[in-house]
Write a protein that binds this ligand. Structure first.
Ligand code: ADP
Length: 424
């Protein structure tokens, strides 16, 4: 198998978003959790997204993990690698976008690397090198108050130059909106001036498609899911990936199906209430979860009674008032961590009871479950709701399984049944 595209994502949810975007563009895509073992047997895919947690760690560690991921992808034939960053360019003057980009560019041998976080579908656009979030420049958006990486400068040429050893230039909209040759000519000009990284303007999807086409002349690019969209469309348009390979629902898994909800978002609370009309729902007692393991045991005893008869849902979720009260008694982190670990322990028990179809609501909750179950990778399948695909486990020691990992506010009112219907 030869990968048409390799991707290295600097966080898990960004990786899922990218993997979903590539799949929707017609690329069969696997998302891995961390850099996989060499032994991981991949299905026949066009793209692999390696998910790292490297956005806010020390720069030298982010560099070494990203290089390791790059090596793994190149060894599987990836001639182009996208370093996937956040569409709001989350970083500080210490990195990690610049240092990782510098190292990957040096490894790739490319003279110049194309960089754009533009993703017009979600309101991220770049004009004259300035990143806009919706209608406001980055430094006026809520990102100015981000707890880890407050963004105080919307000019990405300056932002990237401060954190990189590369000289940074701009390919402006005048070139991008003309044609691929104009972009190539501008890149050539910049490279001749000793500039090794180019922020590229993009305001609409067709510009990303043009950028993707040009990026494929190179071995490396840096961007958000919008760049992924451009690269994927470029690969399909050039015939390097046949659309026929696009995602199909694969063979049924069968057996018991369980849903776990740890999200307390409004949408999830409404989805749980809706599910109560069609399946047994166990509402956990959060206070008892924090107190010890008995609540996990109660959940597993309850699920054993019901699993043979149809889908079940186990939820820790409660209303904002109840959440605040629990956090006031135990502290936000202690309460959150205890509940995440309880959900992970319940998922382990469900798997031991034969569950191979698992729907999970909550971003952190999903992360805790996936880590506990040791699932190394997922093949992205059909979309249940915008941004929430069915995921087929790849290379898992427990064999064939499917899951759906939903962050809080995603999905329609009947999300749990919508998911189950697509997980035969
Ligand atoms: P979302 O995607 O909606 O943000 P997450 O799973 O990421 O959902 O986050 C929800 C957090 O709230 C987790 O840390 C989870 O353990 C915690 N949590 C779940 N139920 C409760 C509850 N009843 N009270 C307080 N915290 C809870």
């Amino acid at each position: 198998m030869t990968l048409a595209l390799g991707c290295i994502a600097d966080d898990y949810t960004g990786a899922s978003d990218l993997a979903n975007t590539l799949t929707r563009c017609g690329l069969r895509t696997v998302q891995t959790i961390g850099v996989p073992d060499d032994a991981l047997a991949l299905p026949d895919v066009d793209a692999v997204v390696v998910s790292l947690k490297s956005r806010s760690i020390e720069a030298s560690q982010a560099v070494s993990r990203s290089r390791e991921a790059d090596k793994w992808l190149r060894a599987r034939g990836a001639s182009h690698v996208l370093f996937k960053i956040c569409s709001t360019f989350d970083s500080t003057d210490a990195g990690n976008i610049g240092p990782v980009m510098d190292a990957l560019r040096a490894d790739s041998g490319d003279a110049i690397v194309l960089v754009t976080p533009a993703f017009p579908g979600t309101g991220r656009t770049v004009y004259q090198g300035n990143l806009f979030v919706g209608s406001v420049p980055l430094n006026e958006s809520p990102l100015k108050d981000h707890p880890l990486n407050p963004m105080h400068d919307s000019n990405l040429v300056r932002v990237l130059a401060r954190q990189s050893k590369s000289r940074v230039g701009l390919v402006d909209l005048a070139a991008v909106s003309k044609d691929a040759e104009a972009i190539r000519a501008r890149l050539h000009e910049l490279a001749a001036q000793g500039i090794n990284a180019a922020i590229i303007d993009a305001v609409f999807d067709p510009e990303l498609e043009m950028i993707g086409q040009v990026a494929l002349d190179h071995r490396l690019s840096v961007g958000a899911s919008g760049m992924g969209l451009g690269l994927a469309r470029g690969l399909v348009a050039s015939g390097r990936v046949s659309e026929a390979s696009a995602v199909a629902n694969e063979k049924p898994i069968g057996g018991p199906v369980a849903c776990l909800a740890g999200s307390c978002s409004q949408a999830t609370l409404a989805q749980i209430a809706h599910a109560e009309k069609s399946m047994p729902v166990l509402r956990l007692d959060p206070e008892k979860i924090v107190a010890g393991p008995s609540e996990v045991q109660r959940a597993l005893d309850w699920s054993r009674e019901h699993l043979g008869k149809g889908p079940v849902l186990i939820a820790s979720s409660s209303t904002p008032d109840q959440v605040s009260a629990l956090q006031a008694r135990h502290g936000r982190d202690v309460a959150g961590h205890a509940i995440e670990q309880a959900m992970a322990a319940i998922s382990e028990g469900l798997v031991a009871a034969g569950v191979r179809r698992l729907v999970i609501a909550g971003g952190e909750t999903s992360g805790a479950v996936v880590d506990r179950l040791g699932i190394p990778a997922f093949l992205v399948g059909p979309e249940i709701a915008a941004g929430v695909p069915v995921l087929r486990c790849v290379g898992w020691t427990k064999g064939e399984a499917v899951t759906a990992l939903k962050s809080g506010n995603f999905g329609g009112p009947d999300f749990f049944n919508d998911a189950i219907r697509l997980m035969p």
